[in-house]
Write a protein that binds this ligand. Structure first.
Ligand code: UD1
Ligand code: MG
Length: 337
């Protein structure tokens, strides 16, 4: 089934609200460019083709795409999310895929399992379009989900175009869609730029489908954090903290003790053996491997190093590119550069 699906990942926008000289999707979340997290989730689905729409700072964005099985579709001018999807049209046509999964490069917390479930639901139902939605306490800046009195989806209205009543809606558009390729590119031809931002809104295809009596579904994502859209440095920090939290929880579940885990930063690439105890305010990164029964004391940084089982690394140490023998006791304030 997945062989009839292509993914379009929107990554051409400037990210004005980041107040940055760099493209938004290049900002690091949990030690990697934001877009890598999205690409990892998409890659796990093994789709026919993955298309990344690039525009603002295109060369720089394309550089971080290396190593991924993706094609870059240029969007010369950034005229909105609908316009960005149109930039991918010829690539979808060439791949001859009947279904497109659309997502944004600025939602780094999305899990492949959630995308997979959404795709399965979409492909086994009869809808031309499935929109991922979620409920949030503060819907500011998101597109709002407008439904009729029977709860059927009618339209998505962007914050800037919304009346106070619509702004009060707490169900928001996650920015992830499964859609029939034929319907998508036909509908986009009908979308105008008649809105407060003078942009071609991808979200307008919902009302177009509804008005043509096509079936439109919504897939509700229970964990709203998973679809957090990073638009500012505040959300960047939230996304980082969430990924660190996921990583630390999985380490604890595998038998590693973390004291005050919210202060501990351990990159994904690091391996740690069971019964090792990590004290507060520790960073471990790069290709480090920590054995079992080790103690890593507070304010210590370890990068690209191997720590043998049973070793203790004293507090305030900095260990780079070293191998520490099993059972060794390294005193506090040790610096190996
Ligand atoms: C968009 C949705 C909103 C949704 C939110 C979810 C529209 C009109 N609005 O709003 O309903 O709640 O995402 O996070 O779709 N991009 C391009 N080219 C462009 C414009 C944008 O590639 O011309 C890319 C951006 O790089 C970004 C993504 O599209 O990755 C979304 O753009 P953004 O400006 O963040 O849209 P939002 O205002 O967040
Ligand atoms: Mg956004």
């Amino acid at each position: 089934m997945r062989s009839s699906v292509s993914a379009i990942i929107l990554a051409a926008g400037k990210g004005t609200r980041m107040k940055s000289d760099y493209a938004k999707v290049l900002h690091e979340v949990f030690y990697r460019p934001m877009i890598h997290h999205v690409l990892d989730a998409v890659q796990a689905l093994a789709l026919a083709k993955n298309i990344v729409v690039t525009g603002y700072k295109r060369q720089e964005v394309e550089k971080v795409l290396q190593g991924y099985d993706v094609v870059s579709a240029p969007q010369e001018e950034q005229l909105g999310t609908g316009h960005a999807v149109l930039a991918a049209e010829q690539f979808v046509a060439r791949s001859k895929t009947a279904t497109v999964l659309i997502l944004c490069g600025d939602t780094p917390l999305i899990r492949p399992e959630t995308l997979g479930r959404m795709l399965d639901e979409h492909c086994s139902g009869g809808a031309v379009l499935t929109v991922m939605t979620t409920l949030v306490a503060d819907p500011t800046n998101y597109g709002r989900i407008v439904t009729d009195d029977q709860g059927r989806l009618l339209a998505i209205v962007e914050e800037k175009d919304a009346t106070p009543e619509i702004r009060a809606i707490k169900e928001i558009n996650a920015g992830i869609y499964c859609v029939s390729s034929d319907f998508l590119f036909n509908a986009l031809l009908k979308v105008d730029r008649n809105n407060k931002q003078s942009e071609v809104y991808l979200t307008d295809i919902v009302a177009i489908a509804v008005n043509s009596d096509y079936q439109v579904s919504r897939f509700s994502c229970e964990d709203s954090l998973e679809v957090l859209g990073v638009n500012s440095r505040i959300e960047l920090a939230e996304a980082h903290a969430c990924l660190q939290n996921r990583r630390n929880r999985s380490l604890m579940l595998s038998g590693v003790t973390l004291l005050r885990p919210e202060t501990i930063a351990i990159e994904h690439s690091v391996e740690i053996g069971r019964d090792t105890v990590i004290h507060p305010h520790v960073y471990i990164g790069g290709s480090s491997r920590i054995g079992s029964n080790c103690v890593i004391e507070s304010f210590t940084q370890i990068k690209d190093s191997v720590i043998g089982s049973g070793a203790t690394i004293g507090s305030h140490s900095s260990i780079n590119n070293r191998e520490i023998d099993e059972g060794l006791q390294i005193g506090p304030h040790t610096v190996y550069i």
